[in-house]
Design a protein around this ligand. Structure first.
Ligand code: FUB
Length: 358
């Protein structure tokens, strides 16, 4: 880790306390928004706060934990160290990657990749841990991986758990240029086979590499993914639109990529909608200009816009980030807000009460 002065110069941040409350100096978030090297961020709204769950970006053997970050306004972020650790997952050793979180029945379920398995003989894959609180600690739920084999050529990594409009939870995942979807059972202990008897359906669109993400908005299923190699400058995000979670998904085009005046390697993202402003945000990682170390990835945020036909406009990546978008924690909780405002929730998740945490 670099000295604090370097952090301030590089990230434009003020570290105000040793317990890691991080605040920008203006009413803009600035980019990157998190201090240090993190990647694969998944953003949510839980319990009246924004949350980001990223991969700790370091050599695989050092990726033995995950931190989380919370904010009331997208400007000031509080670090929650080690919400998940390999100490609490007997089968996980290293390469804890790409967390995806859902709230269900008073539990937060954190799905993660571990061990970067290269074949079916190795131990690892996609696991699930759970906690009563968004800041953990998340404890292994199954005592074994949820997906521990390659299916349809997909490496079991980079999962995203998606709640459909009928309440069904699907896991969309895969590395090595293949993407599968499977229907989770009610307990999240396994899967419900599809009517044709299969469990893992391949939905790989043209160009897909990894980093699957799905969003339901205005009755359209937006499927997004990362393209290119994550270690290089050309990493990017593209998308397709389908009428069901199973597609078919035809690639529309790139929405996120490097900008030679801002940063390189912009990819592996998530999308969250503010319940306060209704604005959509894309949260992603990128490599600061001049950095070539593959693990030097930093989490950033920019606004995401849809056109009147529902297509996603290419994102302009910025160093300024986004303006404050405060959540009124004394107001209605998220579910009530959406019921009255008719907002589309996307990846945001709501508690039935504004349960305090932290
Ligand atoms: O952070 C580890 C890996 O890098 C992720 O699983 C990929 O999506 C890439 O971002």
């Amino acid at each position: 880790m670099k000295p604090v002065s370097w952090l301030i110069a590089t990230f434009g941040l003020v570290v105000t306390t040793a317990s890691a409350t991080i605040g920008a100096q203006s009413s803009l978030s600035g980019n990157p928004i998190l201090p240090g090297w993190y990647a694969d961020p998944e953003a949510h709204v839980f319990a009246g706060e924004y949350w980001i769950y990223p991969t700790y970006s370091a050599p695989y053997d050092q990726q033995t934990f995950m931190d989380a970050f919370s904010s009331k306004d997208l400007i000031t972020w509080q670090q929650h160290p080690r919400v998940l650790s390999v100490r609490d997952v007997s089968w996980a050793r290293r390469a804890l990657w790409a967390p995806s979180i859902v709230e269900k029945d008073g539990w937060y379920y954190l799905f993660f990749g571990a061990n970067d398995i290269q074949n079916d003989q190795q131990l690892g894959g996609i696991g699930v841990a759970r906690s009563r609180r968004p800041d953990g600690p998340f404890i292994d739920y199954l005592g074994k991986p949820l997906i521990d084999k390659f299916h349809n050529g997909a490496q079991p990594i980079d999962q995203m758990v998606f709640k459909d409009r009928d309440g069904t939870f699907y896991i969309v995942y895969g590395g090595w240029r293949h993407c599968n979807i499977a229907k989770l059972n009610a307990e999240f202990t396994g899967f419900v086979p599809f009517p044709d008897g299969s469990t893992f359906k391949e939905i790989t669109p043209a160009g897909y590499v990894e980093g699957a993400f799905m969003l339901l908005k205005d009755n359209k299923y937006y499927f997004m993914w990362s393209e290119g190699g994550w270690t290089g400058p050309n990493y990017a995000v593209a998308y397709a639109i389908g009428s069901s979670p199973f597609g078919p998904f035809e690639r529309v085009g790139k929405i996120l990529q490097q900008d030679s005046s801002v940063a390189t390697g912009a990819g592996h993202h998530s999308v969250v909608q503010s319940p306060a402003s209704g604005k959509w945000y894309i949260v992603y990682h990128r490599r600061p200009l001049g950095e070539t170390d593959r693990n030097h990835r930093a989490v950033s945020i920019d606004e995401l816009h849809f056109d009147e036909r529902g297509f996603i406009l290419p994102v302009k990546i910025t160093t300024s980030g986004v303006p404050a978008d405060p959540l009124d924690t004394t107001a209605k909780n998220g579910a009530e807000f959406c019921a009255s405002a008719g907002c589309t929730r996307g990846r945001s998740s709501w508690l039935s009460t504004n349960r305090p945490h932290g």
